[in-house]
Design a protein around this ligand. Structure first.
Ligand SMILES: Cc1cc2nc3c(=O)[nH]c(=O)nc-3n(C[C@H](O)[C@H](O)[C@H](O)COP(=O)(O)OP(=O)(O)OC[C@H]3O[C@@H](n4cnc5c(N)ncnc54)[C@H](O)[C@@H]3O)c2cc1C
Length: 352
């Protein structure tokens, strides 16, 4: 999200100047829309209003600004956080010759971790629009599920409650790629290879920012490193965002952070397992009271499962993988035989 006042003003001033000089300002407008949208994504309704109002009033105030964005004088964007969101955004911005983009990532190097990530048709088509080569590299590692049967299942009768037929029909109608999954480490590697060299700076933990007077930009403070000045700072530093905490004067973590407990905990596992309907089904969501169980084909013969259980905040939950598996088995006892078989086939030490 853009910083509260001056960042928006400076972007608007430069965008207005560019628009009035006859050049296109679509990239800046897109960035502003993106910044407003991401602010709205993490924040509540009245805050969404706050962000848009800031943009609007800034535009009126600075319409006559004489700053101009050009290839020689690009808009400098710093993205705090090189997760999948930050890397994808950096790739999109790197296509704009009038923008200079830098990612500050706190970790000193990227590790391969995490399970499969589902990417839906609409997101895939956006990725294809951003960069065809990136999209093709993603497709090389992709497993399609959206062309098969997906939906909600009655866990006792083992019947479809509600198949998600629109996933395939709407993708066919709008000529979108089918929904599917990719392993998170593969996605990360594809994105890291896709961004221009030198754009990513590791070991740069953003600790805060300062909005400079007279629309001079934003000073980005890093822990143990040097400060940097840019036109736009985008806080893409994850769910416990330091930038969001400063921007909205909230705690970074905990009840005062704006990110509250959903009421559910989730366990996850993955195993080689071939149910009878292996070739017909993409993913199933077995729905029950205060719990649900998701299974998905994640490619190369693997099925991944997620078990969601309603648990009061702070309640004791099992710690070791073996205890977790026993807990999940007990919680879903009597559910579809497929759920039982899948849990049985999952190595205990892999349950997270
Ligand atoms: C179990 C599980 C399953 C999921 N499955 C799916 C799925 O199937 N499909 C899907 O679309 N999504 C899924 N998600 C959600 C998805 O993982 C997140 O939405 C996504 O990772 C968010 O990306 P991000 O880049 O915004 O944040 P993150 O991936 O959290 O990245 C944040 C980055 O910022 C860095 N950082 C943090 N603080 C700082 C700082 N102060 N300075 C600099 N860098 C910093 C971190 O090191 C990290 O690299 C799942 C999540 C979980 C937990």
């Amino acid at each position: 999200a853009a910083t509260r006042h001056a960042v928006a003003s400076r972007v608007t001033a430069r965008a207005s100047a560019k628009a009035s000089s006859g050049a296109t300002s679509s990239s800046v407008a897109a960035l502003m829309a993106g910044a407003a949208a991401s602010g709205a994504f993490a924040l509540s309704g009245n805050r969404r209003g706050k962000v848009s109002r800031t943009f609007r009033s800034s535009r009126v105030k600075l319409q006559a600004g004489n700053l101009e964005i050009s290839e020689e004088n690009p808009l400098h964007v710093i993205i705090a956080g090189g997760g999948v969101g930050g890397l994808m955004l950096a790739k999109a911005l790197s296509k704009e010759p009038t923008m200079k983009c830098t990612i500050f990532e706190q970790t000193n190097q990227f590790a391969r971790f995490g399970g499969p990530i589902q990417i839906a048709s609409n997101a895939l088509s956006v990725i294809r629009d951003i960069d065809e080569t990136l999209f093709n590299n993603l497709m090389d590692k992709f497993t399609f599920t959206g062309c098969r049967q997906n939906g909600l299942v009655d866990p006792l009768r083992n019947e479809w409650y509600c198949p998600f037929d629109a996933m395939k029909t709407s993708a066919d109608h709008f000529e979108l790629p089918y929904t599917g999954v990719v392993d998170r480490p593969d996605l990360q590697e594809i994105l890291l290879n896709a961004i221009p060299e030198g754009m990513l700076q590791n070991s740069q933990k953003v600790s805060g920012y300062e909005v400079l007077p007279d629309y001079a930009g934003v000073k980005v403070q890093t822990k143990g490193g040097e400060d940097a000045v840019c036109d736009v700072l985008i806080g893409n530093d994850g769910i416990w965002s330091a930038i969001r905490a400063q921007m909205w004067d909230e705690d970074q973590k905990g009840p005062g952070s704006g990110c509250t407990y959903s009421g559910y905990i989730v366990f996850a596992g993955e195993t080689i397992y071939k149910p009878d309907d292996y070739f017909d089904v993409g993913y199933k969501v077995y729905m029950g009271p205060k719990r649900y169980f998701v299974t998905s084909d994640v490619g190369r013969g693997r099925i991944q499962w997620y078990a969601f259980v309603a648990v009061g905040e702070g309640e004791q939950v099992p710690r070791s993988p073996r205890e977790k598996k026993d807990y999940v088995k007990a919680a879903f006892q009597g559910w579809s035989q497929q759920v039982q078989d899948l849990l049985e086939a999952t190595p205990s030490d892999t349950v997270e």
